[in-house]
Design a protein around this ligand. Structure first.
Ligand code: AMP
Ligand code: ZN
Length: 115
């Protein structure tokens, strides 16, 4: 746990969240400010600040994050219509919380390119 990290505090249940999935390594909860009918964040319980900070040892965990995102998309009924799994990274990537997370966005058509 990294002191002061919002998502670490959600992992430790210091801060409440609408949890939709949990296993030993991963937590998923609905975004507090949804940008689509389905907007869920999938995070590692371990504090990693971003995709840019990961090492080869993190590859299985990163793979699991994607798999969990796709499972939640099925559970939430957007797998057939389609969805996005997005990892905003760094300043230009629009990352505001420095704890690695995947956004699962679905339930409406998405634009390309993103803003
Ligand atoms: P990013 O801008 O990619 O770092 O995404 C951070 C996301 O965390 C944003 O979509 C926020 O709406 C979301 N967020 C911030 N605080 C909370 C919270 N307490 N519970 C759930 N989602 C949150
Ligand atoms: Zn953290």
């Amino acid at each position: 746990m990294t002191t002061g990290c919002l998502f670490c505090r959600i992992v430790s249940r210091d801060i409440p969240a609408a949890v939709v999935y949990e296993d030993e390594q991963i937590l998923a909860f609905d975004d507090i400010n949804p940008q689509a009918p389905v907007h869920t964040l999938v995070i590692p319980k371990l504090h990693l600040s971003s995709i840019a900070e990961t090492t080869p040892e993190d590859a299985p965990l990163l793979g699991q994050l994607i798999r969990v995102g796709s499972q939640i998309a099925r559970d939430k009924g957007v797998a057939e219509t389609g969805y996005r799994l997005v990892a905003n990274t760094g300043r230009h990537g629009g990352q505001s919380v420095l704890h690695l997370h995947l956004h699962l966005l679905g339930g409406r058509p998405m634009q390309w390119p993103p803003g």
